[in-house]
Each structure stands twice: as structure tokens, then as C-alpha cells.
Ligand binder design. Structure first.
Ligand code: FAD
Length: 247
């Protein structure tokens, strides 16, 4: 899976700070420079003032200002299973690669057995992998070899059957019914910084599945470059706390 930041609010932390300061100022902030807007916030430099205000907002649960900073990510190759989890978040906007207009008719089923087109969970080949609801998961080498064989043969055959149905004239949107839930999909998603923290609360947590957790960690890394004071604070003080209902 690959995640790229496509577009984002150019100076997200200025927008967040201006929005928050608006709440407590009698003046109209749009007529003022950012330095003037931040003048009463504690700190020797503008950067320190931004850090003070953002930390204060997050610490006090004043999350509204973080809705003004928006980012768009492009994800390549997440499984449809992961997509079903991600798209449950109602304040995120999505565009999902269509299986009606994109037919996987040129993929070689032999390559599918090698990992193309269908995401292979680590548990297919890791004998020590323990699932979330499993009491014990470790198996011997022979068992895991069989597990891997069953998995790869099943996805290879699914894609072969799918292509045969296409050859028999079935429309791609119907032939896809035989494809596995692990089939890869590309997704564009847009969300604001508040929602990103909420998604991270739920999906970077230890009880989230490995794939959506990896995706969320990648998104958090990109967010830390884009909106550094906010996501540094999130990483240091908020991440992995017991999930809050609506941060
Ligand atoms: C580990 C894990 C296991 C899960 N297992 C399952 C499962 O087995 N089956 C299943 O169906 N789902 C499951 N989910 C999905 C979960 O129940 C949520 O639907 C999903 O994570 C979306 O998050 P959210 O409820 O915070 O809503 P979001 O859409 O992310 O909305 C953000 C916040 O806005 C508020 N909000 C949004 N819409 C409403 C509304 N209509 N009414 C009131 N408040 C609202 C809430 O405060 C919400 O927290 C699982 C999630 C996780 C993390």
C-alpha cells in the first residue's frame, strides 16, 4: 500500500490559530496580520505562540478550529476489506476506484498468487501471528506452509474465474462478485485535522486491524509534515489514550 498527500490547506496552523483567536477577540481578525492576531498569546516568537495556542486548544478539547484545515490523501492498493472499515467514518469524503469501469482483465493469475492485485495478510505466512480474538495463534512451519498455499491458490483461482466470466460476456460489475475481499483498490480521501485525529484514535489503536493501522500511521506521518505542531502534540499527548467519542 502507498499513501501520498495530494493537496492540503497551505498554512493549516495559521488557519487553526486565526479561527481560535477569532472566538476571543473583539476585533475583526481578517483585517489584522497573523502576528497581530497572535500578539496576546504566550511565547517569544510566532512559532512559540502557535505552539502554545495549539497545545492549549487540544488540551482543553477545543477541537472546532481544527476543522478548518483540510487534507486530501491518495491511497494505492488497500484491500476492499480495509476500505469497508475506513469508509465507515462519515465526516471523510471518498472517491473509490470503480470495478465497473476498471476490469482486471490483463492481470496474470500466476502473479496474483505472488501477491499482485490481492492484499496478502501477514498471517498467511507468519506462523507466530496471533489474531485479535484468538487465544493462541502460533502454528508449526508445516501448517503455515499449507495456510499460505490455500490462500494463494484461492485468490489465484478467484481471479482466473473472474476473467473467465468476463470472457463469457458477464459485465465487470457482476463478474467482480467472485473476487476476494482482499482485492486492491485505490482511494482518494479528504478530511480535516480534527477528523484525522478521530480516525487515528480509532484506527491507530492496538485493537484495529493491521492494515488500517498501517494506513493510519502512514497518514499520521504525512500529517506531521503538513501540520506539525498539531500532530506532534497529538503524537505526544493524545495518541493511544482511551478512545474519546468525538475528539
Ligand atoms: C476495532 C474496531 C472494531 C469495529 N468493529 C465493528 C463491527 O464489528 N461492526 C460494525 O458495524 N462496525 C465496527 N466498527 C466501526 C465502528 O463501530 C464505527 O462505525 C466506525 O469506527 C466509525 O466511527 P464513529 O462511530 O466514531 O463515527 P464517524 O463517522 O467517524 O464520526 C465521528 C464522530 O461523529 C459523531 N457522529 C457521527 N455520526 C453520528 C450520528 N449519526 N449520531 C451521533 N453521533 C454521530 C460521533 O461522535 C462519532 O464518533 C469497528 C471499529 C473499530 C475501531
Amino acid at each position: 500500500m502507498k499513501v501520498e498527500l495530494l493537496e492540503a490547506t497551505p498554512d493549516p496552523e495559521e488557519v487553526i490559530c486565526r479561527a481560535a483567536r477569532n472566538d476571543y477577540m473583539s476585533e475583526y481578525g481578517a483585517d489584522m496580520s497573523f502576528e497581530e492576531v497572535m500578539a496576546d498569546v504566550e511565547g517569544d516568537t510566532l512559532e512559540e505562540r502557535k505552539r502554545t495556542l495549539i497545545g492549549h486548544l487540544l488540551n482543553h478539547g477545543h477541537f472546532g478550529p481544527f476543522e478548518h484545515a483540510q487534507a486530501t490523501f491518495h491511497v494505492e492498493g488497500m484491500s476492499r476489506s480495509c476500505m469497508a472499515q475506513l469508509t465507515r467514518h462519515r465526516h471523510v469524503s471518498f472517491d473509490v476506484q470503480s470495478m465497473r469501469y476498471v476490469a482486471f482483465d490483463d492481470v496474470d493469475p500466476a502473479d496474483v498468487a505472488e501477491g499482485e492485485l490481492v492484499v496478502t495478510p501477514p498471517s498467511a505466512s507468519d506462523p507466530d501471528w496471533v489474531g485479535r480474538n484468538q487465544k493462541g495463534g502460533a502454528v508449526d512451519e508445516e501448517t503455515v506452509a499449507k495456510r499460505e498455499e490455500v490462500f494463494t491458490e484461492s485468490v489465484r483461482r478467484s481471479v482466473e474465474d473472474y476473467q473467465e466470466l468476463l470472457d463469457l460476456g458477464m459485465p465487470p460489475e457482476d463478474a467482480r462478485f467472485v473476487l476476494p475481499i482482499g482485492t486492491e483498490v485505490n482511494v482518494v480521501m479528504s478530511l480535516n485535522a480534527r477528523m484525522l485525529m478521530h480516525v487515528a484514535d480509532m484506527r491507530a489503536a492496538a485493537d484495529a486491524q493491521w492494515e488500517i493501522r498501517t494506513l493510519t500511521e502512514d497518514v499520521l506521518d504525512l500529517a506531521a509534515d503538513w501540520c506539525p505542531l498539531t500532530f506532534d502534540y497529538y503524537e505526544e499527548h493524545m495518541k493511544n489514550r482511551k478512545n474519546r467519542l468525538a475528539p
